[in-house]
Design a protein around this ligand. Structure first.
Ligand code: SAM
Length: 216
């Protein structure tokens, strides 16, 4: 028998994700599986599968389910990839990635938020996730190059370090714009010094704060 969260999750996937055009079966299965409510405070569990972001403390948010699915689909993962996420937040996006990719490295700048995410990764036994506390605008050179890099905070421009740490053929998914609205941009590294750029339309994220992002 389905518990109440499984049926809410199924409804979320049907009405918010598939209905809006996400077709990648791996992404759909991951969204059906990851228990989103466990990534927010218990008081917010009744709202966890609704069509909007939710607060996670420290003025930060867990993204709307659809944007998590869309950004994951745009990485075009097949299961073998090494992915870097900037902005761990609740850890939900990272868990969705960990269901599909081979290995996920994730960076969060706020220690209290990172600590909470680490706890939930341990609880749900995500052994293919490594979290680091620091400035994600500088990437994580040690484990580069990455097949995919996803930035879940708004940047004024693509951080140079992230472009440099992409593998050839790798994709960087990042919201670019001002602090009020951004466009979701995909940079694909075609060759060592050649990138293509595609725009997937408007979105709204909290600020990416760091050396190659916004000042605090
Ligand atoms: N992916 C998250 C999730 O699934 O809950 C949502 C991320 S939230 C919208 C943005 C996060 O980016 C915040 O937790 C914020 O502290 C973090 N952040 C902002 N600038 C950062 C930076 N330079 N490096 C790492 N994390 C950063």
């Amino acid at each position: 028998m389905m518990n109440q969260y499984q049926s809410k999750r199924q409804l979320m996937v049907e009405t918010q994700i598939v209905a809006r055009g996400v077709t990648d079966r791996r992404v759909i299965n991951a969204m059906l599986k990851v228990p989103r409510h466990l990534f927010v405070d218990e008081a917010l569990w009744p709202e966890a599968y609704e069509d909007h972001p939710l607060p996670i403390g420290e003025k930060q948010t867990i993204s709307q389910p659809y944007i998590v699915a869309l950004m994951t689909e745009l990485l075009r993962l097949t299961g073998k990839e090494k992915v870097l996420e900037i902005g761990t937040g609740s850890g939900y996006q990272c868990a969705v990635l960990a269901e599909i990719a081979d290995m996920v490295y994730t960076i969060e700048r706020i220690p209290a938020i990172a600590k909470r995410a680490r706890k939930i990764f341990d609880q749900l036994k995500y052994s293919n996730v490594i979290i680091h506390i620091g400035d994600g605008t500088l990437g994580w050179k040690e484990h580069s190059p990455y097949d995919g890099i996803i930035v879940t905070a708004a940047a004024p421009h693509p951080p140079k370090a992230l472009l440099e740490q992409l593998a050839i053929g790798g994709r960087l998914v990042i919201p670019i714009g001002n602090e009020f609205s951004q466009d979701l941009i995909i940079f694909t590294r075609e060759a060592k010094d050649s990138y293509t750029e595609e725009n997937y339309g408007g979105c709204r994220f909290v600020k990416l704060i760091g050396e190659q992002g916004w000042r605090e």
